[in-house]
Design a protein around this ligand. Sequence first.
Ligand code: HEM
Length: 492
Amino acid sequence: MLAELLLGAALLYLLWFAVFKKPDGLPPGRWGLPLVGYIPLSGKHMDEQFKDLQKQHGDIYLWRMGTQVMVFLHSYQLSKEALGSSAFLDRPTSEVFRLMEPVAHGVIGSNGNIWHTNRRFSLRQLRDQGMGKSSLVSAIQKQARELVEALKGQASKPERIPRDLRVAVINIIWHMVASKQFEKTDPKLQEFIDIFGDLMKNFGPIVMPDFIPWIKYCLPDFLIRRLFSVEILYTLKDKFFDYCQELIEEHKASLDPDDPKDLIDGYLLDIEASKDDPDTIRTERDLCILILNLLFAGSETTVGTLAFMFFYLANHPEVQRKFQAEIDEVLPKGTLATLEDRSRMPFTEAVIHEVLRVSSLASLGIPHVAVRDTTLGGYLLPKGTIVWTAALTMHHDPRFWNDPEKFMPERWLDDQGKFATKKEGFLPFGVGKRVCVGESLVRMELFIISTAIFQSLSVSPPPGSKVDVSPVPGNPFIKTPRQEKVCFTIRE
Ligand code: HEM
């Protein structure tokens, strides 16, 4: 009897070490149970839980969600170290990245040769189409002018930010990708806006099966699609691929090899040039996913950041007045900004940077995964560990920011009133080899569009109220602005 008890105890002890105990060397945090990981029972919002975990464990902690071992980095230094290291170059496997293909294509979610080839291609193409250069300025100015007219149309009454903002931002990317512009009333455009909206709203449930991959063996496919809203990904892919295929056929018919006019033409020429290469990754499906990546990454983020800018400026009339004074001083009435004006408009740059800081739209960045066992912050992170970099907390870290909760563009100016690009503690676009592909484009858009708007209009909260600048709750990954109402008024 005693021998059996001892054997039972020994087995339990081994089981504890093999299955239940957090392996040595990992950061502190929530380990939980096999298969399900740590399930929070408090009902607290995820952001609150992250705060609690940071308070308890510091800048690096672990949370096993389902079967995925995740590490969250809340410090600027650790995030920079991780994002700059080849050990964390890859993206984890996720249906959102893979879009039901055998491997992820495009650039955001892909790895290895597919990622490398597409990243180089996207950067080259976006630059050829004017990213960071004067050649794109007039296309952005055109969209800015149309947006100003739309805002004038709703002036003097409390209204939500009109969809014209989204149309303007999408049209800038569309100009570079397909040499096209959507009409505001185009039903195709509305369809994509709706699906993107659904995707943002249901991001949490959609990524759930990534955390508990074994659920696929327990439930039939149709139920998983319904239960976790994965259906949205199927709809998005089907509709977008059909539309993209039409565009590709149009482009093939008009392709001039000596004068490629946009990103699609550039890709089609690459397909032709690599057709005899057995290892080529160039396919029309890959092109469709690449376009979808650019459209999604480039529109939701930019639209959200601009909407946050309107909300913060509505709540801070004194900042708005200073911003407008600089616009009036530098830009002759009715003239829109160009890239050359940036160096003469330090306060404008300061406003843009402060909005990027306070809004921190990509609040947890985009996840990376350890491609090999590696050490970070004194801990051992095994291959497969998923790493999130918490930009939102970094951007509110009192070690880098005085009064971090305050909206204070002046913090970006030096004693002489010059714009000082403060790098420490600021990572809205990530860093390293996977840094945001569209960073220069966003900077151009924010500069030209915001100066065009505040040259002609002012914004304020509806009478007697303040605009709620807190993001839509419930999505820990992307902080989108609420559907608040504001009043635009035409400036004399
Ligand atoms: C305010 C606007 C934007 C913000 C805050 C933002 C932020 C980010 C962040 C944090 C990452 C992840 C970097 C990493 O993995 O370490 C990223 C990646 C990316 N962004 Fe942006 N982004 C913005 C606009 C854009 C635009 C306009 C485009 C393109 C038209 C774009 C295209 C991409 C792509 C393709 C990646 C993936 C890069 C890769 O995996 O190699 N983004 N962005």
